[in-house]
Design a protein around this ligand. Structure first.
Ligand code: CTP
Length: 402
């Protein structure tokens, strides 16, 4: 369950910091990837060396290390699937609640887009103080998961609430966090997206205006719902948001063909959204073609149709989805492609719809038609929302409740 999950642990200066090596050990044993950031004062309670050995990663404390290398809080924040601050002192709690950013741990916290979990630890009176209650509420309101303090003897000798939850309890909370059963958990999906570039000579190619956004949004949505997604992506600067999406970069129709057909073999869901070139140059010139010839004719030959190949070879249980980009008779041509390429479903969109051009834009208006002739027409939506509709239609078709 924790396999390859990126867990970033922030340690602040509470006596309970000495228990965190055990938490790191428990996580690493479950194959989680663990990185640790300490505040400077926390190094008084637990050594970076211990944490580094246990986490098998460098441990960072300050923006600059002793060799004057810069530790990028942004990189750490981007890397994490979950950030856990334990123990969390009243001081750091207050800073987190108020956006204070005066050390590396806080800068990382403010940069993190991943969920955050906290395990507060402080003395009884500090824990009961109205500002602490207020700060905890504030963090809870913005979605921070709080691992409740425990009651018992505190370092000061006082007895009551304020002890950090035991490492085993924090570990279980982390396990529970990653155990959310999503509707597509256990399903494998392959999506192709983007244009292809077919070389004419070393500097020129035949391409198209596809941005790949629609397919990328579909890959993101499938991954968000728990599917294991591989995205075969033609040349575009757009990238998926979901870290779990495995991206295979390709350039040509031939590369798109071999990667998609090989990845699709085991997939439950295959979505071909790529704008694959239909033709490529029959002969690619080794050197740059000079303009001294007057007229230039480039002989073109057909590329392989990936979707048709997948339709011919697909397993019965696989759901194969294609796209149809048309300028006229959109639904009619889409239905023809659905039958000819033996698809389960086709997403029809017009390159010339009432709203303007589809390629490169952030919105789309599509109609999804399945092989049982069910037709779902959606309004003009952002590509993210269109992807949600398409994925729900796929889930409906294969009998999975959203
Ligand atoms: N497609 C493919 N391999 C190709 C060409 C297209 O897999 N060599 C896929 C696209 O990814 C899309 C579907 O086929 O899912 C339809 O693509 P589209 O360009 O609309 O139609 P074509 O089949 O290329 O036919 P035409 O260009 O004549 O409309």
């Amino acid at each position: 369950m924790l396999q390859n999950k990126n867990i970033l642990i922030g340690i602040t200066a509470g006596i309970a910091a000495y228990k965190i090596p055990l938490l790191v050990r428990l996580l690493v044993k479950e194959n989680a990837k663990v990185k640790v950031i300490l505040t400077k004062d926390a190094t008084q309670f637990v050594t970076p060396q211990t944490l580094s050995v246990l986490s098998k990663n460098e441990v960072i404390v300050d923006f600059f290390d002793e060799k004057n290398n810069w530790n990028s809080h942004v990189q750490y924040a981007e890397w994490a699937d979950l950030m856990v601050v334990a123990p969390l002192t009243a001081n750091t709690l207050s800073k987190m609640a108020n956006g204070v950013c005066d050390n590396l741990l806080l800068a990382t916290y403010l940069s993190a887009k991943c969920p955050v979990m906290i395990a507060p630890a402080m003395d009884l009176d500090m824990y009961q103080h109205a500002t602490t209650t207020e700060n905890l509420k504030k963090l809870e309101t913005i979605g921070t998961k709080i691992i409740p303090v425990e009651s018992g003897e505190l370092a000061s000798g006082l007895v009551g609430e304020g002890r950090m939850a035991e490492p085993e309890t924090i570990f279980k909370a982390i396990e529970k966090f990653f155990d959310v059963k999503l509707p597509l958990t256990g399903k494998t999906a392959v999506v192709n997206a983007g244009p292809t570039y077919e070389a004419i000579d070393p500097v020129r190619f035949i391409g198209n205006r596809s941005s790949g956004k629609m397919g990328i949004c579909i890959a993101d949505r499938l991954a968000e719902l728990g599917a294991k997604v591989t995205l075969i992506l033609g040349p575009t600067h757009n990238k998926p948001q979901q870290k779990s999406v495995k991206v295979i970069d390709v350039n040509t129709a031939e590369e798109m063909f071999s990667q998609t057909t090989s990845e699709a073999k085991q997939a439950d869901i295959v979505v071909c959204a790529a704008a694959v070139a239909d033709y490529k140059a029959k002969h690619v010139s080794d050197s740059k073609i000079k303009k001294d010839k007057g007229e230039l004719n480039i002989e073109l030959e057909k590329t392989k149709d990936i979707l048709a190949e997948l339709g011919n070879t697909k397993a019965a249980k696989q759901c194969l989805v294609g796209f149809a980009l048309e300028t006229e008779n959109v639904e009619e041509y889409a239905k023809q492609k659905l039958t000819q390429k033996k698809l389960d479903m086709i997403v029809a969109n017009s390159a010339r719809n009432a709203y303007g051009v589809v390629f490169g834009s952030d919105s789309n208006q599509v109609t999804v038609i399945d092989k049982n002739n069910n037709l779902s027409k959606f309004e003009l939506l952002s590509k993210e929302d269109t992807a949600k509709k398409i994925v729900s239609t796929i889930m409906n078709y294969i009998g999975i409740k959203a």
